[in-house]
Design a protein around this ligand. Structure first.
Ligand SMILES: [Zn+2]
Length: 428
């Protein structure tokens, strides 16, 4: 794959002040169809060979290492044996790429180039989606860390995909965060480059951080913070793991970025509590189908979040809202066991239904019954995994006292119960 990065001018001022364009020219052993890490084993296809990023201020073309890192996050599944950047990269990054992506073995190097990792940087930024988890992280870290959000803009060649995806709602969440936060909105059409023919799929892990990576040199970002929660590392909140680190972390450190996630030891219940306590829960982007402050109230995410809010803050659903869930195909499928994904949150659901005094009927009643059959202790779900908060970076150490205010440490019996879980037995 041959990649060039150019600074562009002459686009709608609604998108930003300066832009970068990535062009990809395919070598003979490159692919246009591949397996995606986020496609559940399915195929993804490369829809075009260029994309753009638009920034709200003037940016220079980033360090060659940062451009190469971003390029990899955009098109890694399609690269054959060779990556040729328009400017050679550092030896250090080339070694990291070969190690992380063993397929790529030929990379053009600039021997004299100081690596991006060796450039002094000393600030943090949050890769902000507008969802509850990233809002909780913004609340904990406070106003010193800019919020960097990527919003989609249609790709001129690919056209419309996922018409229900509404970046305006997500952007409003960013706008409604307190004015004291520094907010950076980056538009990009890169998410449209990889699809399965119907949906856009990120081609690589942490691809949503690309705008922050491209800005990391100019803004001096050394710590890049995401909203990943406990279940993001185990794929299931009923699986205990002592390893709550991302496999992507070493690759990020090869460009001098500490990828970090303050909420990797807690559940969604805790991030919901944090967002509420800071007064940010009402402005969070609840689900991708709704509008700002108008969640669809019929998808499983809306269902789960409504149950959390009822249990935690006694925000009851109205009878009409419960009926809407009872008649929603997504909730019916889940109740009948055809939709497995939310079973991964069975401990949280049992915790919530235990704390809700209401006689549910219909499919919601059925879900309640099933979650109450969850046959293991669940008191750990509103506490934090103590091992996750040992030996953390200074930026995380600073906020652990704040986090501890919302989540005490799991006690030894909680950890023992958590470790003993057999999640398969809990797939009722
Ligand atoms: Zn929804």
């Amino acid at each position: 794959m041959r990649v060039s990065v150019t600074k562009i001018k002459g686009f709608s001022s609604d998108l930003g002040i300066s832009g970068l364009r990535f062009d990809f020219a395919l070598d003979s052993d490159d692919l246009t169809e591949s397996a995606g890490t986020n496609a559940g084993g399915g195929k993804i296809q490369l829809m075009s060979n260029y994309c753009h990023f638009y920034f709200p201020f003037d940016i220079e073309i980033p360090h060659p290492d940062l451009c190469a890192f971003a390029a990899i996050k955009i098109i890694s599944p399609y690269i054959g044996s060779t990556l040729t950047m328009d400017k050679g990269i550092s030896q250090d990054l080339a070694s990291a790429i070969k190690k992380t992506y063993p397929k790529i073995q030929n990379i053009n190097i600039d021997e004299g180039l100081r690596s991006a990792a060796s450039v002094e940087k000393n600030s943090s930024a949050i890769s902000f989606s507008g969802g509850v988890d990233s809002i909780a992280v913004a609340a904990l870290l406070g106003e010193d860390s800019p919020l960097i959000m990527m919003a989609r803009t249609l790709h001129p060649e690919v056209g419309a995909f996922e018409s229900w995806n509404n970046p305006k709602a997500q952007i409003k969440t960013l706008q409604y965060m307190p004015y004291t936060y520094k907010k950076i909105l980056v538009y990009s059409d890169f998410p449209y480059l990889s699809t399965n023919g119907k949906f856009c799929l990120y081609p690589d892990s942490y691809a949503f951080t690309i705008p922050a990576v491209l800005l990391s040199g100019q803004l001096g970002i050394s710590d890049l913070i995401t909203g990943d929660i406990l279940a993001a590392f185990t794929a299931n909140e009923s699986i205990y793991s002592s390893d709550l680190e991302s496999r992507a972390k070493p690759f990020f450190s090869s460009i001098g970025i500490n990828l970090d996630y303050p909420c990797n030891g807690v559940s969604e219940l805790i991030t919901t509590k944090i967002a509420k306590s800071y007064g940010f829960l009402e402005i969070s982007s609840a689900c991708e189908f709704g509008d700002f402050q108008k969640p669809c109230m019929k998808c499983l995410k809306c269902f789960r979040k409504s149950i959390y809010k009822w249990a935690l803050f006694n925000e009851q659903l109205s009878e009409q809202e419960i009926e809407r869930f009872n008649n929603s195909p997504a909730v019916i499928n889940f109740a009948n066991g055809d939709e497995r994904k939310n079973l991964y949150f069975m401990a949280s659901l049992k915790y919530c239904f235990t704390n809700i005094d209401y006689k549910f009927t219909g499919v919601v009643g059925k879900i309640r019954e099933r979650s109450m059959k969850y046959n293991s202790p669940f008191t750990w779900v509103d506490k934090k995994v103590p091992d996750a908060y040992k030996n953390r970076s200074p930026v995380i150490n600073k906020i652990i006292p704040k986090l501890s205010h919302f989540a005490t440490d799991m006690q030894s019996w909680d950890v023992a119960a958590f470790k003993k879980l057999d999640w398969k037995k809990n797939l009722l």
